[in-house]
Design a protein. Structure first.
Length: 170
């Protein structure tokens, strides 16, 4: 299968995008003996970068078209500790999209045992880098996003989408 064919296949699958398995790096472990909170975002970002390549909005897109994406909002939930030596994998669900925005929900799981460690819900905006302002996705990219959004619309929504930070009610 060609790279273009493999990318197209990912866009049509009614399953979250699965990023490559990652390993926890020793310098990411904090004084509590677990993965420091900042590095969860590194792994979520690496997974998003893999999906963006499939959508055609990776580094080449920025270089060739002077367009990119910025994260406008992010909400991470830390559910179970990850430690040095734990292999992890991130799944990415495209929850919604419009002409300028992508709403994603990622789950970071132990790659061997499958348990959920953390989630990240994000709002990403499309940027015209020449003007440094939001701009609509070009038609070809929008069509690819719509294919993925349609495929992902068939997936049951995981727990945690739309969660907010608040004190527990009594």
């Amino acid at each position: 299968m060609t790279t273009a064919g493999a990318a197209e296949d990912v866009l049509l699958r009614p399953a979250p995008f699965l990023a490559s398995v990652m390993q926890i790096e020793p310098q990411w472990i904090d004084y509590n003996g677990h993965l420091n909170m900042a590095y969860y975002n590194v792994m979520f970002d690496r997974a998003i970068d893999e999906l963006w390549l499939k959508l055609g909005i990776g580094p080449g897109y920025m270089k060739e078209r002077q367009r990119s994406t910025f994260t406008a909002e992010c909400h991470v939930r830390y559910l179970r500790e990850i430690h040095l030596g734990d292999p992890v994998q991130v799944s990415v669900l495209l929850v919604a999209a419009d002409e300028k925005r992508l709403h994603t929900f990622e789950e970071l799981r132990h790659a061997g045992e499958g348990w959920l460690s953390a989630t990240s819900e994000n709002m990403t905006i499309h940027i015209d880098m020449s003007a440094r302002k939001t701009a609509p996705f070009p038609p070809d990219i929008r069509a690819r996003i719509e294919k993925l959004a349609n495929a992902h619309s068939a997936i049951p929504r995981p727990e945690g989408i739309g969660a907010k930070v608040a004190m527990p009610s009594k």
